[in-house]
Design a protein around this ligand. Sequence first.
Ligand code: SF4
Ligand code: SF4
Length: 341
Amino acid sequence: MTYRLPKKDLDQTLRGWANQAEVFVPQKREGYAQFLPWEAGAELLLDEPHNTRFPPKDFFLPQSETLLTYNRKLSQLEMPALQISPRIIFGIRPCDARAVALLDTVFATADNPDPYWQARREQTILIGVGCNQPATTCFCTSVGSSPFDHAVLDVLLTDLGEAYFVEAFTERGEALFANLASADANDAEQADKIKQQASALLEPAFTTDNLKDHLDQIFDSSLWNEFAQSCLGCGICTFLCPTCFCFDIVDEAQRDERVRNWDTCMFRVYSLEASGHNPRPSRAERTRQRLMHKFSYWLEHADQFGCTGCGRCVRYCPVGLDIRAMIRKAAATPSEVMHAN
Ligand code: SF4
Ligand code: SF4
């Protein structure tokens, strides 16, 4: 079903939803766009060409989360009650919604679902806004997506100028817009044109033909050392990535809590084993792991790349390491240079 939401009515619509759910919308605070709770008078940032600085993955996988509390004297373990209220994330970009779908293949599997992730997913409605003007750092079309991809979205909005063209894909999404007037054929035609123009703005960042096999073949290349020479190992590229999900589980003995914290494969200690051996001892192996995971191992796991082309790692890497250029260089590296070191 499709609807028309005049922009002048958006505030009132959000106000209505805020009576029944927590509503999060991109807003500017501390100089950058971030998802914040909607409140009356909030200045929304829905037409920025680039994404929020932090991806919305922490709505489902918090940066730090207590998994269990325990009583050592009584040898008892208890899972904290998960009281997640209904939430609406309004203005999520298609690449970030697609990242949530990718992470579902890790945390919402049929045989071993993560109850913490599941509880949050079930309570969250995703309302996306497509990207009329993708940023220069975006490359979603190079990794099998597009600026108006609606995978896992409950609703997708297309900015028509004075109004949004609203496409509802789920019952719960539909229910939020059911009191609006239906869109007409002109709206649909205008939205189609905008979608096509947006995709056409994105140049291919690299070719994915045979990419996985090629990366597997250059696993031992000296190329990874070359990349590692610039990398600081700061981990920004992974912490800001909507699909990166490395974590560590630690016992906070003073609090009698077992806690899951975000971690990153870009840190040396992440792969350090108890024996002192580290299978990824230098930044070369860690850089290789980051790229191989996204462009080779994810294909084995979910038949999709583990990168949605959101461009955050390109935008925020402090030394300008651009994953698109790295993949292009890797693709152009002949397997003959293997074992050069
Ligand atoms: S953000 Fe850049 S410098 Fe930092 S770990 Fe990632 S690639 Fe290396
Ligand atoms: S690897 Fe970079 S461009 Fe790809 S999803 Fe992660 S942050 Fe976005």
